[in-house]
Design a protein around this ligand. Sequence first.
Ligand SMILES: C[S@@+](CC[C@H](N)C(=O)[O-])C[C@H]1O[C@@H](n2cnc3c(N)ncnc32)[C@H](O)[C@@H]1O
Length: 231
Amino acid sequence: MNTRFNGVIGERYSQIHRVLPFLDNLLSLVSKQVQDYCCDLSRPYSILEIGSGTGLLTEKLLSVTLKYNTKIVALDHSTSMIRQSNCDSENLSIVECDALSFLECSQTCSFNIVVSSLTIHNNTAPYRKRLLHQIYRTLNVNGLFINADLYALPEPLHHTKIKDKIKHLFNIFSEDRELLMEWVVHEFEDYSPERIMREDNAVNEMSDIGFSDILIMERFDVWAVLKAMKL
Ligand SMILES: C[S@@+](CC[C@H](N)C(=O)[O-])C[C@H]1O[C@@H](n2cnc3c(N)ncnc32)[C@H](O)[C@@H]1O
């Protein structure tokens, strides 16, 4: 499938740690939430990971399966990203497909946890709305949704942050014009009118859909870890 990660950014996705130096902390916070939720040793948990990519978050989630009875389905629509994943476990199924199509075919109340990192903002606003409806429908009652994503701040703060981010890209990729150009273009596309995901709009939209206890747990620059429940 032709996706935003089939080009140079996807081929050299390991560079993401230079683009987002806080990424490991952000992903650890997400997996800690999952681990805290799966605290009952006597019951099974089903986890859906949306946009697993090269497996950076999946790897951390797999450590939860070592202690608790959890099964993970990790999906992604990019062949080249999935190919770079080394994650392997009897408790993990990796599925190559579009997230919305997968969820539309899933039964109501299928998952205890839906988790995602750096993924949902890559989709247009109408797509995201449909996706969030499906996430809500397919979560069990008392289910957890946890998403580490690009939740844009109000202006003019957001604009200032983006200027800093473009400068940062020029600093780290000054020797690599191809990658620099792709990242800068990718940034601009993230903030295009059809794609930009503002924190306040996202929270209101989720609340309208029915999510409860919506909380921005921690901010990492323009990125944030959001947690919500289906009660
Ligand atoms: C920036 S990468 C993040 C990968 C991984 N979660 C991480 O934290 O490193 C975004 C991933 O989401 C996938 N993706 C984006 N939108 C998707 C969708 N609608 N359905 C399936 N995969 C999607 C992309 O192919 C890409 O692999």
